[in-house]
Design a binder for this molecule. Structure first.
Ligand code: AMP
Length: 249
């Protein structure tokens, strides 16, 4: 069984993003970039399925700048067998990414595609769903548990206030949520080994996909700063402030 895992290079999740001076986006120049955290979870899940003997090959894919090859090397150091870099300087919107992935799915014929539930740079939460739509495949989004058996995937989904379990006929799309697993750190020997694993390089034009953006960003703003708190001396003072100043009781 083959798994395709799309991985996106985004600002490292430990970095506080800064809005560009002209308000057109978030500053990425000179900022540490890493694999999208939900994609690390997707890679980890594929590697665990391979370790269980259910999966035989894991192919990582990234669509983006040449530097996205670092992200693919990380995926291979975690356990992906090979990778495909779809090189483009264009903004990678979910629909264009889903079209590129559809073309790669048709070529690679995986049984399962495991994506992150969302990329933390623009929080679109759309690519997996669009890919399922384009392919006409079943989808299990926000997965916190995945089990493969008899040509089917049983996926437990994190939904508001609880869990939902669905069964999908393979081939299928799964998107990884936070509680699916805790990704491993790549060991130094595995990082060295990953350098020798194959990485194919293509462009969106090779798979006939036009990356021209369909959205334009009108503005990007930081959230309003929070006011400093104060200390009160008694419960009575707290109640008085809540009633007379904050007017919430
Ligand atoms: P999004 O819909 O942008 O929030 O992204 C959801 C998931 O789609 C991510 O977690 C990745 O698995 C995948 N994805 C989105 N953009 C890319 C990209 N440029 N390259 C590879 N995978 C991507």
């Amino acid at each position: 069984m083959k798994v395709l895992v799309p991985v996106k290079r985004v600002i490292d999740y430990n970095i506080k993003p800064r809005v560009k001076a002209d308000g057109t986006g978030v500053e990425t120049a000179g900022v540490k970039m890493s694999m999208n955290p939900f994609d690390e979870i997707a890679v980890e899940e594929s590697v665990r399925l391979k370790e269980k003997g259910v999966v035989t090959e894991i192919v990582a894919v990234s669509i983006g700048e040449p530097k996205a090859q670092d992200t693919l090397r990380t995926a291979m150091a975690m356990g992906a067998d090979r990778s495909i870099l779809v090189e483009t300087e264009a903004v990678t919107e979910p629909l264009a990414v889903a079209k590129v992935l559809k073309a790669l799915v048709e070529k690679e014929k995986p049984d399962l595609v495991i994506l992150g539930k969302q990329a933390i740079d623009d929080d679109m939460n759309a690519t997996g769903q669009m890919l399922a739509g384009l392919l006409g495949w079943p989808q299990g989004t926000f997965a916190s548990k995945v089990e493969l058996h008899d040509g089917k995937a049983t996926v437990t989904r994190e939904i508001d206030g609880g869990l939902q379990t669905v069964e999908l006929a393979l081939p299928a799309i799964v998107t990884a949520d936070l509680r699916l697993n805790e990704p491993r750190y790549a060991s130094l020997p595995n990082i060295m080994k990953a350098r020798k694993k194959p990485m194919e390089k293509i462009t969106p034009a090779d798979v006939d996909v036009d990356m021209t953006p369909r959205l334009s960003i009108v503005s990007v703003a930081e959230p309003a700063g929070r006011k400093a708190g104060i200390k009160v001396d008694s419960a009575a003072e707290l109640v008085a402030k809540l009633r007379n100043e904050a007017k919430v009781i």
